[in-house]
Design a protein around this ligand. Structure first.
Ligand code: EPU
Length: 328
């Protein structure tokens, strides 16, 4: 009988429950959950899944995602074990070398003011990244404070907010193409757009980020300020998948954001089962305790339909929805 160890090139779990690995805390199980610990294991995991005719779904940090109830056929790849943040060893190292050599602990990194870059594997949490920025006095992505998820997902979807986005700090992304090979994509050859890294079917293995330098105190204060603002306006302690919808083209929506449109339709507090449109920010659906994925997905559809019929605006999903059958 074949075992997980002989089938897959990294840690693997059959029939793995996914709800606890997502921020929405709903949904069923994956037929297989693979947990690579390095970019090479991730590449091999992607290759092994594809060899078996499966398109792997990348869980990342489980933010921005609703997993349907039931069993999800195929392979899900979690990146939690790939959480290395490295300082490049020399400013004259290109970004590719920074990712290759950053792990060699025998060589001290150059002073941060000379080379304010970080090389991150895909599973670095954005919270961990912000902590490192705080400690080193790095500036440029302070607005990631309190944003859940992994940097790999943040790059893939170009996480951001009003007036900022992750790609503003990207120097290079290391990708895994569908044929299971690495490809380094420099920023100038990429074309990220609002909430989309436009990376096609490629999987993010790592990224080199370039920051500005500032005083540790001031960077820390800015991070605290972003945290305060987020806490004041978003349901940060509730289980949710973050903003459900992308902000629409202002020309089509009369300048209103997705949250403002849902709010204007009187939908705050609307529930299906234990899924609820947040009272704090209408573009969030929260799990009020024990919700099912079916309830969450139905409420998302209801909100989209209401906004279309009341306001004539077709909102586009920002959250990924993993439904059995469709690759996400
Ligand atoms: N507003 C309402 N009612 C609501 C929610 C918001 O009137 O229920 C108003 C606010 O008072 C504010 C305006 O709408 O005047 C805009 O709200 P906010 O500043 O929260 O910005 P947003 O456009 O709703 C975007 C991102 C967020 C990100 C914030 C802050 C999108 C879809 N959302 O929200 O990203 O945290 O800016 O930078 O682009 C996410 O991607 O998961 C996410 C939460």
């Amino acid at each position: 009988m074949s075992t997980a160890r002989t089938l897959w090139p990294c840690a693997a779990l059959p029939n793995a429950p996914l709800a606890g690995l997502t921020n929405m805390k709903v949904g069923g199980a994956a037929e297989w959950l693979l947990e690579p610990a390095t970019p090479e294991e991730l590449r091999d995991a992607v290759g092994a899944a594809r060899e078996r005719g499966m398109v792997p779904r990348i869980l990342g940090g489980g933010a921005n995602l609703v997993v349907a109830d039931g069993v999800l056929p195929g392979v899900v790849i979690g990146t939690s074990r790939m959480n290395m943040i490295m300082r490049p060893q020399a400013p004259d190292h290109g970004a590719t070398e920074a990712l290759d050599q950053g792990l060699d602990a025998r060589v001290a990194p150059s002073p941060i003011a000379e080379d304010p870059r970080l090389a991150c594997w895909a599973g670095v949490t954005m919270v961990g990244l912000v902590n490192r920025m705080r400690r080193l006095g790095l500036t440029g992505l302070e607005m990631l404070a309190g944003v859940p998820g992994h940097i790999g997902g943040g790059v893939a979807m170009n996480a951001g907010g009003r007036g900022w986005e992750v790609w503003s700090a990207v120097e290079l992304v290391r990708l895994i193409d569908p044929d299971g090979t690495f490809r380094d994509l420099p920023r100038e050859e990429a074309s990220p757009s609002y909430r989309n890294g436009n990376l096609g079917e490629a999987v993010v293995a790592g990224v080199v980020l370039r920051f500005g330098t500032g005083s540790v105190k001031e960077v820390g204060e800015r991070i605290n300020e972003y945290m305060r603002a987020k806490n004041a306006t978003q349901p940060v302690t509730a289980a949710s998948a973050g903003c459900v919808f992308k902000n629409p083209d202002p020309d089509a929506s009369g300048g209103l954001s997705a949250g403002q449109l849902v709010d204007a339709c009187g939908l705050k507090g609307r529930r299906i089962g234990a899924a609820e449109v947040s009272e704090r920010h209408a573009n969030f659906i929260v799990n009020a305790g024990g919700a099912t994925a079916t309830e969450v997905l139905a409420l998302m559809d209801l909100v989209r339909d209401e906004v279309a019929s009341q306001r004539g605006v077709e909102l586009e999903f920002e959250v990924k929805r993993w439904l059995p059958g469709a690759a996400g």
